[in-house]
Design a protein around this ligand. Structure first.
Ligand code: HEC
Length: 118
């Protein structure tokens, strides 16, 4: 597949606009904290992506029907070979339990729902 064209976006800038939900349940709040600690450096604040670094997870590519919850666990455990974007590989992320990843998924799904991706 041809990676989406992000050449008009400055290096390191957000790739999508993310509307924020008014509230997050407890699980999603825990996921937000973990996401900000370990994923946001690459995937950007609010999972909006960072051009040239990592894609937005609030994106139709990652809707639940295309990338189920297991895809998140596999990405964290095994890393990801670059295939949808032109940003290189994602290395495995260590130090997270399965429960941490489940919380992160709850957070990302809440953001996705708010942005019409479900
Ligand atoms: C060092 C940068 C980096 C970090 C840190 C990182 N990612 Fe990624 N991630 C990437 C890149 C780059 C891709 C895109 C690979 C591609 O081209 O499809 C990606 C892709 C993904 C995908 C899509 C997997 C698939 O099957 O296509 C998921 C889900 C994901 N990341 C979740 C996470 C989560 C959750 C965290 C934090 C625990 C995280 N990432 C931390 C760089 C990173």
């Amino acid at each position: 597949m041809t990676p989406p064209d992000t050449s008009e976006i400055p290096q390191g800038a957000a790739i999508v606009q993310v509307a924020l939900p008014t509230g997050l349940d407890e699980q999603a709040q825990m996921g937000k904290r973990a996401f900000e600690a370990v994923c946001a450096d690459c995937h950007g604040a609010n999972a909006a992506g960072k051009n040239g670094v990592a894609p937005p997870l609030v994106h139709k590519t990652y809707e639940p029907g295309h990338h189920g919850d297991y895809a998140f666990l596999a990405a964290v455990r095994n890393g990801v070979r670059s295939h949808h974007w032109d940003f290189g590989d994602m290395p495995p992320v260590t130090g997270l339990t399965d429960a941490d990843v489940t919380n992160i998924v709850a957070y990302v799904r809440a953001l996705q729902r708010e942005n019409g991706i479900d």
